[in-house]
Ligand binder design. Structure first.
Ligand SMILES: C[S@@+](CC[C@H](N)C(=O)[O-])C[C@H]1O[C@@H](n2cnc3c(N)ncnc32)[C@H](O)[C@@H]1O
Length: 251
């Protein structure tokens, strides 16, 4: 074998080693579960820390799915029901609110830690849904691929219509594809489920989150939530037999 042929062979082998395993998700997914979790953050626990500090400790391209439910100012600021800080509005208004810039920073960091074709499930209030949120996705490899409306059953506040729903935007890191990645075809895009009764003002539906987790990941994969509130995603992970890694600034 000539020297040139030997060099070509070595280059070819090196290239094959560096090439990412494909496909990302399928019953025969070649990509292993996230290779490492930081020693300072416990799996399947209610970690108390800042979500951006949490995300900064995660390795690039290791997480198949993330949930993010920012503490939006939208409803409080724009609709101003007048009960902020009083009785029913007290628990809601006492939670730390997230400025737009911080939400964009979270989105950026989440996109960094997602594996290729990984998913971000982004909870969204009515105000941001109507006014637009795509500026949070600028310079990220995230694309909008779907949306689920959660019908909470119980009627809430509203000067005009009374609120009964919340929205979940489904974002996918490039490369965008469903085949071999989204493994469930039984999830309707309007989902009825009562809110869990755990006393937390913004808790999200566990069964829906469990179905979504099961649709885009495999047993024992690590699912993250950097602003976990009541840790409903941890409960959903437990039911779906996935590992949970997450935190809330309030613990
Ligand atoms: C809307 S709630 C999340 C509710 C959650 N999805 C659930 O099902 O319970 C938003 C949470 O973000 C938390 N939060 C606000 N700023 C944060 C930050 N910088 N880091 C981590 N958590 C933060 C708040 O304490 C609040 O619990």
């Amino acid at each position: 074998m000539s020297v040139a042929q030997k060099i070509a062979l070595v280059n070819d082998k090196t290239h094959k080693q560096l090439k990412p395993a494909t496909p990302v998700f399928s019953p025969v997914r070649a990509l292993p579960s996230p290779p490492c979790t930081p020693h300072t953050i416990a799996l399947n626990q209610r970690n108390k820390m800042d979500g951006l500090a949490f995300l900064s400790q995660l390795t690039d391209a290791t997480i198949p799915a993330a949930f993010f439910d920012p503490q939006y100012r939208g409803i409080l600021d724009k609709l101003n029901y007048g009960n902020e800080g009083k009785k029913r509005g007290k628990a809601r208004s006492s939670l730390p609110q997230m400025p737009e810039k911080t939400i964009a920073e979270f989105t950026q960091e989440i996109s960094r830690v997602l594996i290729p074709s990984g998913h971000l499930f982004l909870w969204m209030d009515k105000f941001h849904l109507c006014m637009g949120f795509t500026h949070w996705l600028t310079n990220t490899p995230l694309e909008i691929v779907d949306m689920v409306t959660w019908d909470k059953g119980k009627i809430g506040m509203g000067y005009r219509t009374r609120r009964k729903s919340e929205h979940l935007i489904v974002l996918q890191k490039t490369p965008r594809k469903a085949k071999g990645i989204w493994q469930s075809h039984t999830i309707p895009d309007v989902w009825q489920e009562d809110a869990p009764k755990n006393g937390f003002p913004h808790t999200k539906p566990i069964r829906l989150q469990k179905e979504l987790i099961a649709a885009v990941s495999q047993p024992n994969d690590i699912i993250i939530d950097p602003a976990a509130g009541s840790f409903s995603v941890m409960d959903a992970c437990q039911q779906a037999e996935r590992q949970f890694l997450g935190c809330d600034i309030n613990g």
